[in-house]
Design a protein around this ligand. Sequence first.
Ligand SMILES: Cc1cc2nc3c(=O)[nH]c(=O)nc-3n(C[C@H](O)[C@H](O)[C@H](O)COP(=O)(O)OP(=O)(O)OC[C@H]3O[C@@H](n4cnc5c(N)ncnc54)[C@H](O)[C@@H]3O)c2cc1C
Length: 403
Amino acid sequence: MTKTMSGDAAEQNLAISNIEKMAAIEHIRLSVRQLCAKFAEDYWLQMDRESGYPTEFVRELTDSGFLGVLIPEQYGGSGLGVLEAAAVMEEICRSGAHAGVCHAQMYVMGSVLRHGSEEQKNTYLPKIARGELRLQSFGVTEPTTGTDTTSLQTTAKRLGDKYVINGQKVWISRIEHSDLMVLLARTTDRDKVSKKTEGLSAFLLDVGSAKGNGLTIQPIESMINHHACELFFDDLEIPADNLLGKEGQGFKVILDGMNAERILIAAECVGDGRYFIDKASAYASQRQVFNRPIGANQGVQFPIARAYTQVEAAALMVEKAANLFDGGLPCGAEANMAKMLASEASWQAGDICMQTHGGFAFAKEYHIERKFRETRLYQIAPISTNLILSFVAEHVLDMPRSY
Ligand SMILES: Cc1cc2nc3c(=O)[nH]c(=O)nc-3n(C[C@H](O)[C@H](O)[C@H](O)COP(=O)(O)OP(=O)(O)OC[C@H]3O[C@@H](n4cnc5c(N)ncnc54)[C@H](O)[C@@H]3O)c2cc1C
C-alpha cells in the first residue's frame, strides 16, 4: 500500500515537473517569437539579396541569452538542454528567418564543453556566452572528402610548441563572421593508424590571427545566403595548446557533436515546415479563383493537410531525440531519423506552399522561394539522406555495411 502511494507521488512529481518544463519551453518560444518579430521578412530578403550577415539579429539573440542556452550556468550560459535549444531554432525558422546564420554556435560549442581542457573552457565559454567571441564555424569538409570524412587530406604536423597546418577545406560556413573555428586535420598519416577514424585531431583556431598568416578565405557564390567559403592552409602555425581533446582522437570530438547538430537542424526544418504550412493554408483560404477560395478544392487542401501531418510526425521524432540526448541516453538513430524526416517534411511543405501560391510563389516579396531554397540544404548537409539510411540499415537493422 505504502509502495503504491509513493509510486503515485513519484508519478505526480514527474507529471508536475513535465508540465513545468513544457511551460518553460512555451515561454522560450514566445520570447523568441517576440525577438524575431523585430526582424521582418523584408530584413531577411535584403540579407539574401546582398549576401549580407544579420549582425543585429545575432547580437540580439546572443544578448537575450538564446544562443547560450546550451552553455552551462557556471560558464555564463543558461544551462538548458537540447529540447530548449531546439525550440529556439524552430521558432527562428518559423518566423521566416534563416537560423543557418547562427545555428553552429549552439552545437560547435559542445566540442569545447565536452573535450576542452578546464583552461580552454574557462577562457572561451564565458566569452562565447557574453557574445565577445563567436564560435560559428567548423571546418571538416574538403573538396575530395565530404561524406567520406576520415579520408580528409589536411594535415597538422607538430613542430615544438606549434602545429603547422596545410591543406584545403570547402563549404565552411560563417568563417568570416566567426572569431573561432573548430578544425579537423590529420596528425598521423592514414597508413600509420589501424583505424581510419584514428590519427585525426581537432583544433580551436583563432580566425583573426590565422587570416593572412597561412589561412586564405575565399567566399563561394551559392544558392543560399550561408556565407560558405573555401579555405586554403599554407604552413599556418597555431599554438599546440589549441588542440581540442587528445591528439589523434579528433574524429570523436566531431562525432560527439553530431547528434546535437542533427537534432537542432531537424528542429529548424520543423520550423521551416510550419512556416510553409502557415503560409499555404492562409493563402489557400484567401485566394479566390472561380469565385471561391482555392482551399475549398480538395486538390489544394489535401496536399497541405498531408504536409502538415508529415511535419507534425517529424516534430515528434525531434522531441524524442532531444529528450534522449538531454537524458544522457543513446540517441544516434533518433537524431538521424529526426533529421531525415524533418528535412523531407519541410521540403514537401515548401513544395506545396510554392504550388499553392501559383505564380506568386516566384515573387521574392512573398519570401517563399527564399525559404524553399534554404530548407533544401538539409537533405544534403550536414549529412545526406542516403548516409542516414545507411546508418539506420547498418546500426539499427543490423544489415551489412554498404560502404
Ligand atoms: C551551404 C553549405 C554549407 C556547408 N557548411 C559546412 C560547414 O560549415 N562545415 C563543413 O565542414 N561542411 C559544410 N558543408 C559541407 C556538407 O557537410 C557536405 O556538402 C556534405 O557532407 C556532403 O558532402 P559532399 O558535398 O562532398 O558530397 P559527396 O560526399 O560527394 O556525396 C555526393 C552524393 O553522393 C551520395 N553518396 C556518397 N556516398 C554514398 C554512399 N556510400 N551511399 C549512398 N550515397 C552516397 C551522398 O549522399 C550525396 O548525395 C556545407 C555544405 C553546403 C552546401
